[in-house]
Design a binder for this molecule. Structure first.
Ligand code: SF4
Length: 236
């Protein structure tokens, strides 16, 4: 396993060198550098589906997993099953089922303590899922939020103790959808029903014209990220 010091040595230079590369080239570099200790988390957003498709052509043996929070939309689970048939997906589950979790806390936490809920049902399982790996691939785009715009293509992720690679950082919403259409990549049907960004059903609503892409995530709360991609996880 890489130590932070070892990894840091080349990451700044690698990120600079890859700044003009396209996502496939970045993924190729990631595979050449880290496979088989390379993994990817996806919630089956359009960006994740694009990366899955690219990876299947570069190195289909890269281990890809989904964090099954227990609160996913039925449409997401149906897409997951279709994608699993095509690309292969590992499911990572929290320690407790939703009924067990809600019984433990006297009800759901997503309305009152969403940070705790995300920590228990996403962050802790992710930490477990990436243990022993040297690098993980995420599907964030820089134009999704001001925090994401500050990410690098490659950077040490101190929150999870491995390298984080963001191949789509420089792509736009339009780039992603052009790729999906051109390559017939499967995607969540909720995207056609006003949901540009899809997380757990209790914390996601459709957006109206003029709202930002992520306005439907934790709407009405100060929270904007589940913690997997917060600036802290990239910069600490
Ligand atoms: Fe819980 Fe909502 Fe976070 Fe899902 S997105 S883990 S339901 S707080």
């Amino acid at each position: 396993m890489l130590t932070e010091t070892q990894a840091q040595v080349d990451l700044v230079e690698a990120s600079r060198r890859l700044s003009g590369a396209n996502p496939s080239e970045i993924l190729r570099w990631a595979v050449d550098t880290y496979f088989p200790r390379l993994t990817m988390a996806t919630a089956f957003g359009p960006e994740g589906c694009v990366i899955l498709h690219m990876l299947s052509e570069i190195e289909p043996q890269v281990r890809v997993f989904n964090l099954e929070t227990g609160y996913q939309f039925p449409e997401t689970l149906e897409l997951r099953d279709r994608i699993a048939e095509r690309y292969g997906i590992e499911l990572i589950r929290p320690e407790t089922t939703v009924p067990e979790y809600e019984a433990l806390h006297g009800g759901p936490l997503y309305g009152t303590r969403p940070d705790q809920c995300c920590h228990d049902r996403k962050i802790i399982p992710l930490r477990r899922a990436v243990a022993g790996y040297d690098a993980w691939i995420s599907a964030i785009r820089g134009d999704q939020s001001p925090d994401r715009a500050k990410a690098d293509i490659v950077r040490w992720d101190a929150k999870f103790d491995l390298v984080k690679i963001n191949p789509l950082l420089r792509w736009t919403h339009r780039d992603v959808w052009a790729f999906i259409v051109t390559h017939n990549v499967p995607y969540n049907p909720l995207h056609d029903q006003g949901y540009p960004s899809i997380g757990c059903w209790p914390c996601t609503r459709a957006v109206v014209p003029g709202e930002s892409e992520r306005a439907g995530r934790w709407a009405g709360q100060a929270k904007t990220e589940c913690g997997l991609h917060s600036l802290d996880s990239s910069q600490l």
